[in-house]
Design a binder for this molecule. Sequence first.
Ligand code: AMP
Length: 482
Amino acid sequence: MSNTIEKPSVMAPATTAAAAPVAPAPTSASFDSLGLAPALLRAVAAEGYTTPTPIQLQAIPHVLAGRDVQGIAQTGTGKTAAFALPILQRLAAERRQPPRGGCRVLVLSPTRELASQIGESFQAYGSTIGCRVAVIFGGVPKGKQVRAMERGVDVLVATPGRLIDHMQDRTVRLDHVEILVLDEADHMLDLGFIIPIKRIVATIPSRRQTLFFSATMPGEIGKLAAGMLKDPAHVAVAPVATTAERIEQAVVFVDQGQKRHALAALLRGQADGRTLVFSRTKHGADKIVKQLVEAGLPAVAIHGNKSQGQRERALEDFKTGHTRVLVATDIAARGIDVEGVSHVINHDLPNVPESYVHRIGRTARAGKDGMAISLCAGDERAFLRDIEKLIRAKVPVLTIPGLPAASSQSEAPREPNRHAQRPQGQRPQGQRGNGDRNQGQRPQGQHGQGQHSQGQKPQGQHAQGQRPQGLPPSSGRPRQAA
Ligand code: AMP
């Protein structure tokens, strides 16, 4: 199985920044050809990555060469590895002990979730070369962060507000920073972090390498970039949100305890086609398979705890149509490029909206029809809201006859549930909207490139409405008004 991430097509995005030359994009290459050291190639292999994503292909050589980079890429495109891998290589090439409270690399992140995720990535990729990483963000006591910084670290990942607190307390110093990364710059703008960022950057040596990433490049962000970067290489990949427009989508509101029945009902009527069912956890994937098999619906699971042989067999059975239902986790599904996936069912909604787009992109491949149905329990409403913001459309509601109405449906159906439980045991992945200070919600339409003026479809305006049992046929018609 190849374990590649969804690959958005490389394109020059619509941006308000001056038309900058976008680096020619290699269309395919292996990690070996990017100039990464053997230790990092081992780390990449240990993560299960076999093929670099477009942003990695474009950015890694520039970062290795020591150039500044201005990148247009969203979370979910593999952007963290695009900067973390070459940075680690540069650190390892010239080892140096940072001073007490100091760091060699500073990564600024708008939210604590993204900061944690970036910190974990540096730790994972850097495990083969020995790399000290600290993550600091607000909303938690400072003591542990102070202790983590005491001896100095190679990489510090921080949210701006708390970093400034530490700078004022003199528990963090930035005068030895060699590489500065600004991630999700447009999100920083949404959250009012531009002035704090300018204050932070003013204390960093001007002789440094700077990497600047943003999903969009509105004028103010372009100006910020221009003030921070020196002769940058420009790299860009398409926003993940664009994938969603081609796929027919629906959501079923259902209580957690009823999901197994909802899934079985949807699958029961499936005469042909192949369905990919997504579970948030490996354990969940196994449980779903067990329940389906008990219900007389053959299914197999594919996830990280399965051996390579088991995974290959499961995938082969699915490809040949021997098994029509494959239950997968996000990571395991990355390499699945099977033609003829007619339906994607999200048994659990992902807590990272970009993952939703990656998941549903498994269907409707190569111009084929596709349908994606999500089972949404009461505590997943906040995830649905984030998804709808990202794809800039409401997902139409589907009801399954005979299934008890979701108890949470009596609630205001589209109210945000900011207290929704985040899934346990899963690494947070750039979840938006929970930074280290009061944050405004990202305004709708600020994700992606903003060139799609889609009308919002009111809830329930749905061609299918109530459906008899069984999966609706995938018509693949674009559902959202252009
Ligand atoms: P990011 O955009 O950095 O948040 O990455 C999104 C997800 O893609 C993370 O879960 C990474 O572990 C994963 N990922 C990054 N690069 C690759 C790759 N080359 N192949 C497969 N998965 C990847």
